[in-house]
Design a protein around this ligand. Structure first.
Ligand code: SAM
Length: 329
């Protein structure tokens, strides 16, 4: 698929056939299997000023929290005992967690025999190397948009070139690499989304997370409309069609925008769900956008509902850690 073919899918009147094709392709290449990742949102402190994000440094209304190293490790232990084979540690860009603290947490969590993904933002190559040496397997860093001008508008104290460099560094260090975008950002075009998707193929990612932009009232983008569910779903299906063997999550943002959004995404090319295991006292404050509708993995009813949902579309839950079959060490 070239750029104009992708744009055509993103903007045609009915993309139903593409959703079906993406579903068939996912099932034929990756099986009728969904991988679960236990997500620990361990700090909402952030030094960045991303215009769209509810936990950006400038938002004084958000209640800031940090889990202690012990709490993070205990939460990961609990998740591994509950059956999760992958733990994802995510946070704002919080320098309180320096390399030494992170490496200790990583080493302890790796003792539970799980795969470990980090999503803690832009760091130096040396820092990424130290996390890798400590045992981190995967890294998730969305490029957010490959349109450099748009990127700079949305990220006042960030540098697009540095974000790119981070992705290349992570790749070089042998991480299983995840990236992604938000769709429906103010000023974004379908042409730009098509270029984003081609970029993911070009840098040879192992995972792509796509979600609609959701407007947050305490951010500078408060007056802009949410992205559409349909556009996010189309971008997801195209990503699957272009990259048949990577992992693609049905993101929380998709479930937030539309009831059953996660199920629809799983039937249109996605193969991963990330239930949230963050302790209840902290959870509500990781408010990157309003009404976040994730699966609460600490709530048995919510987790069982997810299991039923997955069974209802003919899938089972994977029992392994779900390393992307695309990933080459
Ligand atoms: N700080 C890390 C980083 O920069 O990669 C990880 C945390 S960051 C909050 C996780 C993701 O949340 C971002 O990559 C962004 O795509 C998403 N996000 C933030 N605000 C959002 C919004 N208003 N709507 C949809 N997604 C949003």
């Amino acid at each position: 698929m070239n750029k104009s073919e992708i744009v055509e899918i993103l903007s045609c009147t009915d993309a139903g056939d593409f959703f079906k094709k993406a579903d068939i392709l996912r099932r034929s290449r990756l099986g009728n299997v969904v991988h679960l990742r236990a997500l620990v949102e361990f700090s909402n402190f952030c030094k960045k000023q991303c215009l769209y994000c509810g936990i950006n440094a400038k938002n004084t209304k958000v209640k800031r929290y940090r889990l202690s190293a012990q709490e993070i490790i205990k939460t990961a232990k609990y998740a591994s005992e509950t059956g999760f084979r992958t733990i994802v540690l995510q946070s704002g860009e919080d320098d309180f967690f320096d390399v030494k603290k992170m490496c200790l947490i990583i080493e302890k969590i790796k003792e539970f025999g799980v795969a470990l993904t980090l999503s803690i933002g832009e760091k130096t190559k040396d820092e990424y190397r130290e996390y890798k040496n400590a045992g981190a397997d995967r890294y998730l860093l969305r490029i957010e948009t490959t349109d450099e001008i748009l990127y700079q508008k949305l990220h006042p104290n960030s540098d697009f070139k540095n974000r790119l460099k981070c992705l290349y560094n992570l790749k070089e260090l042998g991480y299983e690499l995840g990236s992604g975008i938000m769709t429906g950002l103010p000023g974004q075009t379908t042409d730009s989304i098509a270029r984003d998707i081609l970029f993911f193929k070009d840098i040879d990612v192992d995972m792509v997370g796509l979600g609609p932009f959701i407007s947050h009232k305490d951010t500078k983008l408060r007056n802009f409309p949410d992205g559409s569910f349909e556009l996010a779903l189309r971008a997801l299906a195209v990503t699957r069609l272009l990259m048949p063997d990577i992992n693609i999550p049905a993101t929380t943002a998709m479930e937030t925008l539309l009831k059953d959004g996660r199920k629809i995404a799983l039937k249109s090319g996605a193969n991963v769900v990330m239930p949230n295991v963050t302790p209840a006292a902290a959870k509500g404050n990781y408010s990157i956008y309003p009404n976040k509708q994730g699966v609460d993995a600490l709530d048995t009813v919510s987790l069982n509902k997810l299991k039923e949902e997955i069974a209802s579309i003919g899938d089972s839950i994977s029992e392994d850690s779900g390393t992307s079959i695309h990933y080459k060490k």
